[in-house]
Design a protein around this ligand. Structure first.
Ligand SMILES: [Zn+2]
Length: 272
């Protein structure tokens, strides 16, 4: 496939979910992969630059950090953008409505253009797997598919499974919002996190109930959001991953660990 970038510069503003601060993003055409720029410092979006995966995916170098990059990364996957310079005014990428849809709309408006280089997809030669307790993610040789399963004690979420075959990302995946359980949200806010979070940028459930008056966008919105997150984390590879990917109750930590394993194996392969 051809490597592509944004056809023109775009800007978007919003609030970060954890610190609750206003931030602006500027996306500019580029030719050197996906690069975040903060305070003049350049940080390449690669698995080796990930510094935190506890509640979001954050990249950094030295003291410079850019957090919550996953939904933007996922929308770049959806648009097939492999090259882009992304300037951020604050530490967090804006949360917008908690999904990737606002980014997708913006990227559709701007369009993409080829950068004059080929981006060969990665085909895994063997099984890669990352596991913690009963949660896992793996990539096996085969055509692309991403099958995700979650299982929550809250009846409002429960057990959900979704298989994405690389079809219509904008319709199937991008609208799915971040979700949380009310007890976790209260715990995070007590710890000074999720300060910018609320029903405007997340679906919050309390046992059987969905607290958002509008309810879910899809009956299986939660598992679709996990697919959205995984596609964003896997896009740290810089090119499409062609593999049969399966995940069970996984998280950013496991997604990024799998991505890092594949990235390192491919780097070794190239050096041989
Ligand atoms: Zn997410």
């Amino acid at each position: 496939m051809e490597c592509r970038t944004v056809a023109r510069e775009l800007t978007i503003e919003g609030t970060g979910i954890h610190r609750g601060e206003k931030t602006a993003l500027r996306l500019m055409p580029g030719t050197r992969g996906i690069v975040f720029i903060r305070g003049g410092r350049r940080i390449r979006a690669t698995p080796s630059n990930v510094v935190d995966t506890r509640l979001n995916t954050a990249i950094g170098e030295g003291s410079v950090l850019v957090s919550t990059i996953e939904h933007l990364m996922s929308s770049l996957y959806g648009a097939g953008i492999t090259d882009c310079e992304i300037e951020v005014s604050g530490e967090e990428v804006p949360m917008l409505d908690g999904s990737a849809l606002p980014f997708v709309r913006l990227l559709e408006e701007a369009g993409t253009s080829p950068v004059g280089r080929q981006c060969a997809p990665i085909q895994v030669p063997s099984v890669f797997r990352s596991q913690r307790g009963d949660a896992w993610i793996e990539a096996r040789p085969g055509p692309f598919s991403l099958t995700y399963e979650i299982d929550f004690p809250d009846p409002a979420i429960g057990a959900q499974r979704y298989r994405f075959n690389g079809g219509d990302y904008a319709a199937e995946i991008a609208p799915a919002r971040t979700f949380g359980r009310i007890q976790d949200v209260e715990g995070m806010q007590g710890a000074g996190l999720a300060l910018g979070g609320g029903l405007h940028n997340a679906v919050v459930v309390d046992g059987c109930r969905v607290l958002n008056p509008e309810g879910f966008r899809f009956p299986d919105e939660c598992v679709r959001h996990k697919v959205l997150d995984a596609l964003g984390d896997l896009w740290l590879l810089g090119v499409p991953l062609v593999a049969e990917i399966r995940a069970f109750k996984a998280s950013h930590t496991l997604h990024v660990d799998l991505t890092r394993q594949i990235f390192e194996a491919m780097t070794e392969e190239r050096q041989r």
